[in-house]
Design a protein around this ligand. Structure first.
Ligand code: NDP
Ligand code: GDR
Length: 325
């Protein structure tokens, strides 16, 4: 029988890759999006990945609990993937209340609507490695204590614990994926990988000379979004709901990622990267390095793409995009 999935955050990076995966598996996919006055440009990612025409779009906002309830009553999804959030860490200091409402309380709104309207549905919450923050262990697993370091991370931690709490309180099939950074050609332009790969493309094409960055010493465990959405799906296919770290188990500095990106087109990052303190954060997460052993043992999931191959793919995609403009 055809399964029905509801994806919030359908217009984001992960929404596009997950929609593609679920459609390939024969799901009917409902994608929730916010009403916008610029509706004509919404869906660029979904068009790029070739799934726009196959999605049933539903208007909805994480802040509007009544609307979420009516949506779930009508769609009666088998699986719900809550990917929507104010997801940019940097902006969360400028918009702490909004971030708390959408990224934090939005999860409660989703869980309440689910509990009332479709309690049999399986629920995925997009938790984040940012919850580890000021890391307590050199390698982070499901049992590592959390210490959030931004309004975004605090909001994610609230959403994470609400997911666990609703699972334990009401017996919901609710799982949280603690995903480490994952990127792709569809990554938002403000995140550091895409900012760099787009700049490399511009510099290579002679459209720009330099790029300004902040902290080059932060370390991140970077994987590919295409691989990570498979882990989300696998979590909801398990008989028992649970929480899983999804990561590559390797970490790189922002500097090393820059070196890789510039070298992929024969350039030296030192000739083009400058530091602008305005991109430094009030509090930094210095090191993220995930241990994906549980996901491997229980879900049979493993990352397939190296940081180097992913960055090369992103640079290439940005060169194509910029060559067209
Ligand atoms: P994006 O920023 O690309 O996408 C976020 C999505 O959320 C967009 O579709 C956005 O819609 C939507 N959204 C924001 N606010 C609301 C709201 N109030 N109501 C409804 N929709 C809203 O994020 P990613 O795809 O990269 O990430 C997906 C999820 O995974 C996020 O929750 C993120 O925090 C989390 N995460 C991401 C990681 C990563 O490395 N990518 C790692 C760990 C967790 P619009 O287009 O209208 O703005
Ligand atoms: P992050 O991603 O904060 O880890 O959150 P981001 O790419 O924004 O930053 C990664 C690291 O790079 C440093 N950095 C810069 N970052 C940006 N954006 N711009 C710069 O110019 C710059 N220079 C250096 C940052 O300080 C940081 O250390 C992402 C998001 O997708 C979250 O939603 C998700 O939960 C986490 O990954 C896991």
């Amino acid at each position: 029988m055809t399964k029905t999935a509801l994806i919030t955050g359908i217009t984001g990076q992960d929404g596009a890759y997950l929609a593609k995966l679920l459609l390939e598996k024969g799901y009917t996919v409902h994608g929730m999006l916010r009403r916008s006055a610029s509706a004509d440009v919404i869906g660029d990612r979904l068009r790029w990945i070739g799934v726009y025409d196959d999605i049933q779009f539903e208007l909805g906002d994480l802040l509007d609990e009544g609307g979420l309830s009516r949506l779930m009553r009508r769609v009666q999804p088998d699986e719900i993937y809550n990917l929507a959030a104010q997801s940019f860490v940097g902006a969360s200091w400028d918009q702490p209340h909004l971030t708390g409402s959408a990224t934090g309380l939005g999860v409660t709104n989703m869980l309440e609507a689910l509990r009332m309207e479709c309690p049999q549905a399986r629920f995925y919450q997009a938790s984040s490695s940012e919850m580890y923050g000021l890391v307590q262990h050199p390698i982070q697993s499901e049992t590592t204590p959390f210490y959030p370091r931004s309004p975004y991370a605090v909001a994610k931690l609230y959403g994470h614990w609400m997911t666990v709490n609703y699972r334990e309180s009401f017996g919901l099939h609710a799982s949280a994926g603690i995903l480490f950074n994952h990127e792709s050609p569809l990554r938002g332009i403000e995140f550091v990988t895409r900012k760099v790969t787009d700049a490399v493309a511009a510099i290579k094409l002679g459209q720009q000379k330099t790029v300004e960055l902040g902290n080059l010493d932060a370390k991140r465990d970077w994987g590919h979004a295409r691989d990570y959405v498979e882990a989300m799906w696998l979590m909801l296919q398990q008989e028992t709901p649970d929480d899983y770290v999804v990561a590559t188990g390797k970490t790189w500095t922002v500097r090393e990622m820059c070196e890789t990106a510039f070298a992929s087109v024969g350039l030296n990052y030192q000739d083009h990267v400058t530091i602008n303190p305005k991109f430094l954060r009030p509090a930094e997460v210095d090191l993220l390095l995930g241990d994906p052993s549980k996901a491997k043992a229980k879900l049979g999931w493993e990352p397939k793409t190296t940081m180097q191959d992913m960055i090369a793919e992103m640079v290439e995609a940005d060169i194509v995009r910029r060559s067209r403009n």
